[in-house]
Design a protein around this ligand. Sequence first.
Ligand SMILES: NC(=O)C1=CN([C@@H]2O[C@H](COP(=O)(O)OP(=O)(O)OC[C@H]3O[C@@H](n4cnc5c(N)ncnc54)[C@H](O)[C@@H]3O)[C@@H](O)[C@H]2O)C=CC1
Ligand SMILES: O=C(CO)[C@H](O)[C@H](O)COP(=O)(O)O
Length: 299
Amino acid sequence: MELGVIGLGRMGRIVVDRLLAADHSVVAYDVSAEATAAAAELGASPADSVGDLCDRLAEPKRIWLMVPAGDPVDETLAELEPHLGDEDVVVDGGNSHFEASLRRAEETDAAYLDCGTSGGPAGAELGFSLMVGGPAWAYEALAPAFDAVATGPEGHDRMGESGSGHYVKMIHNGVEYALMQAYGEGFELLHEGRYDLDLEAVARTWNNGAVIRSWLLELCEEAFREEGSDLGDVADHVAGGSTGTWTVQESLEQEVPLPLIYTALSERFGSRADARFSRRLANRLRYGFGRHEVARRDS
Ligand SMILES: NC(=O)C1=CN([C@@H]2O[C@H](COP(=O)(O)OP(=O)(O)OC[C@H]3O[C@@H](n4cnc5c(N)ncnc54)[C@H](O)[C@@H]3O)[C@@H](O)[C@H]2O)C=CC1
Ligand SMILES: O=C(CO)[C@H](O)[C@H](O)COP(=O)(O)O
């Protein structure tokens, strides 16, 4: 099968590499000429614009987007649109909001597959987990490509109608936040607690047969191995947060309680403040109601 891949960063270049390794052919384009050249070195045919990519692709066109979520997806679709017909298929493999995917599916002439992608750059060797939403015929048409990019036939499935792939991925990320929070809290208590522990050894032991073993726990083991049990100079600042925010917003709309995911998101936001206003106010209020001493900032 021949595919066009647009967006050749950390994830897109893996999509290209895995498609090529499975004997598919790829026409590749990125706004960065350097990224396009790197894909050409992997064996893809380089395109110098979205139009050029469309001209080079056989009919019907199969195009995989791996650009950042938001405006880059809409901008790319706007450039693609004059070249697309109803037998073409566009896959969005990024972390788009499911409602944006629903809108795009309605707006484009092509069949639109929203594809949640999990596995990160580590998926280069193993393959990704792909959660796909959209028309069944388009999913079936792309199945050989999904087999190649995913861990295999078991690594992808059609979740349902348009939007459902990115909906499932959004909630996957919410779960990711809660798991990270749980491991973080456990290791914090181990670090601050009664014993002087080698946390890499704890993580390794847990990863070998324990109920809580997982890939995230393997990444904890790697972090302690590379940074030390005290995490060295790693700052207590956690970036990102859009997919977790969407998950919490959806839980409010659906009136489904997600206390763990909400707490994890809230902790992430809290990590970005130099000093939390709420804690400073609580410090001052204890003076107000109990004349307890107010701790003051160094001037
Ligand atoms: N990095 C990760 O672990 C994961 C990322 N994702 C999602 O996959 C998508 C891509 O992520 P990454 O590869 O990590 O990002 P990245 O920043 O490494 O790569 C994005 C690439 O898209 C290119 N690009 C931007 N706008 C473009 C446009 N209009 N036309 C053509 N190319 C354009 C950039 O030049 C860059 O090479 C995002 O939606 C991200 O949320 C999903 C799962 C895991
Ligand atoms: O989707 C992912 C993992 O599953 C990506 O790593 C994503 O970039 C995470 O972003 P954030 O931490 O801001 O939600």
